[in-house]
Each structure stands twice: as structure tokens, then as C-alpha cells.
Design a protein around this ligand. Structure first.
Ligand code: COA
Length: 171
């Protein structure tokens, strides 16, 4: 898929463990997270792992990793290079995850996000996620709470179903 968000044309492709440029995707993770806790190669070795990369001018600028288990898609990680943020790249990748979910008749999309991560909370909010619960002290590095978020799809039509926040938003 190609798209033209702010900043110029971007291609989005699904990754496999045979894909080229996996080290480059790890490089995006390294730039995006203080403590990257995964390698995309390791992630892709799991049969239930799905990942997409956004490239601009051939260079990896953002990626997303999700697990597909039964009728659920669990979004583990989405990250954009700091210099490429606020150009619609994470939204584009998440839209790809929604398209995958619809294609495979998934019912739920789930994720956890740090309570302090306003950028991510608003990203997910804009895509139709609602808050489901607070996981107190979920993150081992600093004891921060996780906000669990959910989006529910109609399995027949793929339509995003209306939901409500179980935890007040913004959190
Ligand atoms: C969160 C993150 C992935 C967003 O990536 P991005 O490519 O900049 O996001 P997008 O440009 O697609 O933004 C989509 C929407 O998200 C929200 N958003 C993104 N960054 C935001 C910010 N800094 N403050 C508030 N809202 C923000 C906005 O609603 C935005 O839409 P708008 O620009 O039309 O207002 C990026 O900031 C990042 O890599 N952070 C570090 C890694 C991380 O925390 N990942 C999430 C783990 S749960």
C-alpha cells in the first residue's frame, strides 16, 4: 500500500522473518523507545506475530507489531522515528492493522499504553479505541500504570462498533 500523508509518499508493507531491512526496523525502535525490549526478528519468529513497516524514500520510518490470536488482535508496539512524527505515519500503520483485522474477521483489537503517553492515547482514541481498565503498576521499569484500550468490530461487516470508556478519558 502507498499513501501520501504529510511529508511525502509512504509505502506500507507487511514484514516476515525473510524480509530485508529488519535491522533498520530495530533502529526505529531504538530511536523511539528509551528501553527497546524486543527485536523485530525475534517477534516475527512467533507464528502469531504480524508486523508492518512504513518506508519513505526506501527508509524505515515507523513500524507496528501485533499478535493475532483467535479473533483478537493485540497491538504490542507502534513507533515512529522522532523526526517523522506528527505526519500521520502511526495512524496509517494502525489503519493497516484494522484492515488486517477486518480481512480476518477479528472481533477485538486490544492494547496497553502507559498512562503518561498522551501521544499514543490520543492516537488510539482517534482510531476509535475506548478505555477498558487500568493495570496498576503494570510497567516493571518505573511502576507506571497501563491503560488497557479496546476497539470492537462487527465480525460480519467489519464496522467499528460504538463503545464507552470504562476509565475516564483523558486518563
Ligand atoms: C505515539 C507515536 C507512535 C505516534 O506516532 P506519529 O506517527 O507521530 O502519530 P501520527 O502522526 O500518526 O498521529 C496520529 C494522531 O495521534 C495523536 N498524536 C500523535 N502525537 C501526538 C502528540 N505528541 N500529542 C498529542 N496527540 C498526538 C493525534 O491525535 C494525531 O492526529 P493529528 O496529528 O491529526 O492531531 C509516536 O509518538 C512514538 O513513536 N512514540 C514513542 C513510542 C510509543 O510511545 N509508542 C506507543 C506505545 S503504546
Amino acid at each position: 500500500m502507498t499513501s501520501s500523508p504529510a511529508g511525502g509518499e509512504v509505502s506500507v508493507t507487511r514484514l516476515s522473518s525473510e524480509s530485508g531491512g529488519l535491522d533498520e526496523v530495530d533502529g526505529v525502535a531504538l530511536s523511539a523507545f528509551d528501553h527497546p525490549q524486543f527485536s523485530v526478528r525475534e517477534e516475527l519468529s512467533r507464528p502469531w506475530s504480524r508486523s508492518w513497516v512504513a518506508r519513505r524514500g526506501g527508509d524505515a520510518v515507523a513500524f507496528v507489531i501485533a499478535w493475532h490470536v483467535a479473533d483478537e488482535i493485540h497491538v504490542l508496539n507502534v513507533a515512529t522515528l522522532p523526526a517523522a512524527r506528527r505526519q500521520g505515519l502511526a495512524r496509517l500503520l494502525m489503519q493497516e492493522v484494522f484492515a488486517y483485522a477486518r480481512e480476518h474477521q477479528a472481533r477485538l483489537l486490544l492494547l496497553e499504553v502507559r498512562r503518561s503517553n498522551a501521544a499514543a492515547l490520543w492516537l488510539y482514541r482517534g482510531l476509535g479505541f475506548h478505555t477498558l481498565s487500568v493495570r496498576v503498576g503494570y510497567y516493571g521499569d518505573n511502576g507506571e500504570d497501563a491503560i488497557e484500550m479496546i476497539a470492537v468490530l462487527d465480525q460480519t461487516t467489519g464496522e467499528l462498533l460504538p463503545g464507552k470508556d470504562e476509565v475516564p478519558f483523558p486518563c
